[in-house]
Write a protein that binds this ligand. Structure first.
Ligand SMILES: [Zn+2]
Length: 104
């Protein structure tokens, strides 16, 4: 199973700042925030989940455009089963994209 760069490299002793996302050209650390909210590689899958969140719990996205970390934390802290499900679906879709690309 492919893991995020952060998880893979963490177990290999790679410094945090060197765990760069290989799925886009933003040259940023691939952490959970980048994976879920930023990486353009998953934009299509993300738009489905963001649209759902915006419909179900728009308050979770109030920070979008100002500080994406606020939205990330709000979504991760949600106890709404439908939100959790749509995030899980996003992760599933994103990992399918990663496998299709074939980058480690
Ligand atoms: Zn990326």
């Amino acid at each position: 199973m492919n893991l995020m760069k952060l998880e893979q490299d963490g177990s290999r002793g790679v410094a945090y700042e060197e765990r760069i996302c290989k799925y886009c050209n933003l040259n940023v650390v691939e952490d959970e925030l980048h994976f879920l909210m930023e990486c353009p590689k998953y934009a299509e899958s993300r738009s489905k989940f963001i649209d759902f969140v915006n419909h179900k719990e728009p308050s979770l996205l109030w920070g979008l455009g100002r500080d994406i970390r606020i939205c990330f934390r709000a979504i991760m802290a949600s106890h709404c089963k439908e939100i959790i499900r749509v995030v899980a679906d996003f992760i599933w879709d994103a990992f399918a994209v990663r496998e299709a690309v074939g980058v480690i």
